[in-house]
Ligand binder design. Structure first.
Ligand SMILES: Cc1cc2nc3c(=O)[nH]c(=O)nc-3n(C[C@H](O)[C@H](O)[C@H](O)COP(=O)(O)OP(=O)(O)OC[C@H]3O[C@@H](n4cnc5c(N)ncnc54)[C@H](O)[C@@H]3O)c2cc1C
Length: 255
C-alpha cells in the first residue's frame, strides 16, 4: 500500500525523501510496476517519490552519445530520430504500445530482469548510468557494474540519466514463444569503429549477462554457449538455451 505520495520539483528534495530511514521510500517512474506491486495483498507500506516534476525527461544527442533523462518514456525513446534499428527493435519488444507511454527508462533499467530486451541491448552498448544519492552526490557507473550490485545499494540511490553510445554498430536477435512474448533467449552485439566488440545475452535469470568484451569476436558463439550451459528454468532447458545462444550470437555478429 502507498501511504505517502510526494512530487518534489528539486532533485535535492527528492534525494532527501529517498534517504529517510522510514517510511520505506521508493522512486516512482511511470509506476507501471511499482503501483501494481504496492497494491498486492500483504504488500509492505511504502512512500513514493514521483519523479515527473524533476525535469529528467530530456533526450539530447551529444556528439556520439544519446543522453536520456531517467523519466524519458520508452515511447519518447522510440520516437527519437535516427535511433539505431536494433535499439528500436528492443524497445518495441520490451513493452506494448500502452505500456511504452508510461514506463520510463530509469524504471525499466532499475527493475530489469534477465528477460528484458532493452537491458540486454543497453548492456551490449556499455551504457553509462548517471546516479545521484544524498550521501555520495552525483556518480557515473557502467550498467554492467550496476546491474549485479543494485540489490545491495543503500536506499536512496536514484538513476537520473543514461548515456547511450551511438557510434557502435548494433544487432539484436531473439527467440520467444510468440513474437510479442519476452525472449527465452536473446543476444545483442555492439561493435565500435576501433574494433571493440561486446556481446550480451538475455532471456534468463535475474539480469542479462555480458559474455564478451574485446577486440576479437571470433570466439563469441562458443562463449555464448558456455555462458548459458546451466541456464535452465520453466521456459527452456539449458541445453536448448546454450545452443540457441550460440546461434543468435553468430547471427548478431554477422549482422
Ligand atoms: C501490464 C504490464 C505488463 C508488463 N510487462 C512487463 C514485461 O513484459 N516485462 C517486464 O520486464 N516488465 C513488465 N512490466 C513491468 C514494468 O512495466 C516495467 O518494468 C517498466 O518498464 C517499469 O518502468 P516504470 O517507469 O513504470 O517503473 P516504476 O513502476 O515506476 O518503478 C519500477 C521500479 O524501479 C524503481 N525506479 C523507478 N525509477 C527509478 C529511478 N529513476 N532510479 C532508481 N529506481 C527507480 C522503482 O522504485 C521501482 O522499484 C509490466 C507492467 C505492466 C503494468
Amino acid at each position: 500500500m502507498i501511504i505517502e505520495y510526494h512530487r518534489p520539483e528539486k532533485l535535492k528534495d527528492a534525494l532527501r525523501l529517498l534517504a529517510r530511514p522510514a517510511p520505506h521510500t521508493l522512486p516512482l517512474g511511470g509506476g507501471s510496476l511499482l503501483n501494481q506491486a504496492a497494491s498486492l495483498a500483504g504488500a509492505d507500506p511504502i512512500a513514493v517519490v514521483d519523479l515527473q516534476a524533476l525535469g529528467l525527461n530530456a533526450l539530447e544527442v551529444q556528439q556520439n552519445t544519446l543522453a536520456a533523462g531517467a523519466t524519458v518514456t520508452l515511447q519518447n525513446l522510440l520516437d527519437q530520430p535516427d535511433l539505431p534499428e536494433a535499439l528500436y527493435k528492443a524497445v518495441r519488444h520490451e513493452a506494448t504500445h500502452n505500456l511504452r507511454q508510461v514506463a520510463t527508462l530509469g524504471g525499466t533499467v532499475a527493475a530489469a530482469g534477465g528477460r528484458s530486451p532493452l537491458a540486454v541491448v543497453l548492456l551490449a552498448l556499455d551504457v553509462t548510468l548517471e546516479i545521484h544519492s544524498l550521501a555520495d552526490g552525483k556518480q557515473r557507473v557502467k550498467l554492467g557494474d550496476w546491474l549485479p550490485r543494485r540489490g545491495d545499494l543503500p536506499a536512496g540511490v536514484l538513476i537520473t540519466a543514461l548515456h547511450i553510445p551511438l557510434n557502435a554498430r548494433l544487432a539484436y536477435e531473439y527467440i520467444s514463444r510468440s513474437p510479442a512474448d519476452l525472449p527465452i533467449v536473446c543476444a545483442a552485439a555492439a561493435q565500435w569503429p576501433g574494433g571493440r566488440a561486446r556481446l550480451a545475452l538475455g532471456g534468463f535469470g535475474a539480469a542479462p549477462a555480458l559474455v564478451l568484451d574485446g577486440s576479437e569476436p571470433s570466439g563469441a558463439a562458443e562463449a555464448a554457449r558456455s555462458a548459458y550451459s546451466l541456464a535452465e528454468d520453466v521456459w527452456a532447458s539449458a541445453e536448448y538455451r546454450a545452443e540457441m545462444a550460440a546461434v543468435l550470437a553468430r547471427r548478431c555478429l554477422q549482422d
